[in-house]
Design a protein around this ligand. Structure first.
Ligand code: FEO
Length: 171
């Protein structure tokens, strides 16, 4: 059984993950509007991945006998200055999410909730991967600079991203 404190914190994270999905969908729409179809695809896959994170938490709360309460989702920004700006904003957002996950992990430890501690390990590792993935795109964009043919090639690369939910996910 989840304590009310952990239940509230996990519900807060469900909201944060759905907001992340909404934010990346807004980024996808912006990329689409600038003709960067590959970047738009990458962001759409990112949005799907975030909804998967939300549903993983949703499943865990129920599995532990808790209650999911859905809250309002804040409006995301809809405009960015450049592909570099959109990817830089993605990295900053992921760093913020890593902070939230670490905070949750600390709380689970403080509460001696071992099941939640183990469950959150997946998210801790996932954040390492998420930051590394977006960091790699950011590095390439910085190398490309103002070279539009480089941007064209990177856009094609971004078009190949697919999202396949891990088979070991929580319900
Ligand atoms: Fe669900 Fe990108 O963190």
């Amino acid at each position: 059984m989840l304590s009310k404190t952990i239940e509230k914190a996990l519900n807060g994270q469900i909201n944060a993950e759905i907001y992340s999905s909404y934010l990346y969908l807004a980024m996808s729409a912006w990329c689409e509007s600038t003709g960067l179809a590959g970047f738009a695809n990458w962001m759409r896959m990112q949005a799907q991945e975030e909804m998967f994170h939300a549903m993983k938490l949703y499943g865990f709360v129920h599995e532990r006998g808790g209650r999911v309460f859905l809250d309002g989702i804040a409006a995301p920004p809809n405009v960015w200055k450049s592909p570099l700006d959109v990817i830089q904003s993605t990295l900053e957002h992921e760093q913020k999410v890593t902070g939230l996950i670490n905070g949750l992990a600390n709380l689970a430890q403080d509460e001696r909730d071992h099941a939640t501690t183990i469950f959150l390990q997946w998210f801790v590792s996932e954040q390492v991967e998420e930051e590394a993935n977006v960091g790699a795109v950011l590095d390439k964009l910085k190398l490309i600079g103002m070279d539009t043919s480089g941007l064209f090639v990177l856009d094609q690369e971004m078009a190949s991203r697919v999202f396949t939910p891990p088979t070991t996910s929580a319900k």
